[in-house]
Design a protein around this ligand. Structure first.
Ligand SMILES: NC(=O)C1=CN([C@@H]2O[C@H](COP(=O)(O)OP(=O)(O)OC[C@H]3O[C@@H](n4cnc5c(N)ncnc54)[C@H](O)[C@@H]3O)[C@@H](O)[C@H]2O)C=CC1
Ligand SMILES: O=C(CO)[C@H](O)[C@H](O)COP(=O)(O)O
Length: 299
């Protein structure tokens, strides 16, 4: 199958690599010429504008957007839409707000799939977990691509109609915030507490058979190994926060209490004063672990 990819950053390049490795053809575009060159080196056909990108795609266009959520998605769609029709498919694999995705699905001439993507750049080898919303026929049509980008056939599912993929991913991220918060609190008490512990060892033994083992806990172990048991220069500052904010807003609208997710989000906002909390320093480092997000460091 031929896939057009727009947005060749940390995540988009993985979609390119995994699609090529599965034998698909990829046409690649990004505003950043270096990113296009990297995709071309990997075997994709480079495009130097959206028009050039569309010229290089066949008549039934299959397009995957992996640009930052928000304005970049709208700007890209605005350029694509005059040349799309009902036989074409657009996938938004980014962390878009689900209500934006519903709006875009209604106005896009092509079938529109909102695809929550989990696994982060660190998950490249394994493949991603994909939560897809939108028309069944478009999901079925793109199954070979989803098989390639996900961990395999079990790594993707259609959640329901437009918006449902990004809705599920939004709540996934709320859970992610709370898990990071609880690991952070446990390690903070271990760090401040009454024994002089090597936290890499603690994380390692917990990862071997303990009830609370997980990938995030493996990333805690990696963080202590790479930064030291006191997390070295990692600052008490957790960036991000949009998907967690939407999760909390939705919980208020649905009157479903989410005290843990709300607390984890508040800790992020609180961290912006930088008063040195260990739990928040660990969350800061974990965002690098899974997402390759920049790590704010102490001066
Ligand atoms: N990094 C992560 O752990 C995860 C990120 N996501 C989501 O995936 C999307 C992409 O994330 P990353 O790859 O991490 O970001 P990134 O910043 O590494 O890459 C974004 C790419 O999009 C390009 N771009 C921006 N505006 C563009 C436009 N108008 N036209 C063409 N290209 C444009 C940039 O030049 C850049 O190469 C975001 O929505 C993000 O929230 C989803 C799951 C995990
Ligand atoms: O979706 C992700 C992981 O699942 C991205 O890494 C996202 O950026 C995480 O959210 P935040 O930036 O608010 O920490």
């Amino acid at each position: 199958m031929q896939l057009g990819l727009i947005g060749l950053g940390r995540m988009g390049q993985i979609v390119v690599d995994r699609s090529l490795a599965a034998g698909h053809d990829v046409v690649a575009f990004d505003l950043d010429e270096d990113a296009v060159a990297t995709a071309a080196d990997a075997g994709a056909v480079p495009a130097d504008s959206i028009d050039d990108f569309l010229d290089r795609l066949g008549s039934d266009k299959r397009i995957w957007l992996m640009v930052p959520a928000g304005e970049a998605v709208d700007v890209t769609l605005e350029e694509l839409e005059p040349r799309l029709d009902g036989d074409d498919i657009v996938v938004d694999g980014g962390n878009s707000n689900f209500e934006d995705s519903v709006r875009r699905a209604e106005s896009c001439p092509a079938a529109y799939l909102d695809c929550g993507t989990s696994g982060g750049p660190a998950g490249a080898e394994l493949g991603f977990s994909l939560m897809v919303g939108g028309p069944q026929w478009a999901y079925d049509e793109l199954e070979p691509i989803f098989d390639a980008v996900a961990t395999g056939p079990d790594g993707h599912e259609r959640m329901g109609p437009a918006g449902s993929g990004h809705y599920v991913k939004m709540i996934h991220n709320g859970v992610e915030y709370a898990l990071m918060q609880t690991y952070g609190e446990g390690f903070e008490l271990l760090h401040e507490g009454r024994y002089d512990l090597d936290l890499e060892n603690v994380a390692s033994v917990w990862n071997n058979g303990a009830v609370i083992r997980s990938w995030l806990l493996e990333l805690c172990e990696e963080a202590f190994r790479e930064e030291g048991t006191d997390l070295g220069t990692v600052a008490d500052r957790i960036e991000g926060g949009s998907t967690g904010t939407w999760t909390v807003q939705e919980s208020l609208e649905q009157e479903v209490p989410l005290p843990l997710i709300y607390t984890a989000l508040s800790e992020r906002f609180g961290s912006r004063a930088d008063d040195g909390r260990f739990s928040r320093r660990l969350a800061n480092r974990l965002r690098y672990g899974f997402g390759r997000h920049d790590v704010p460091r102490r001066e």
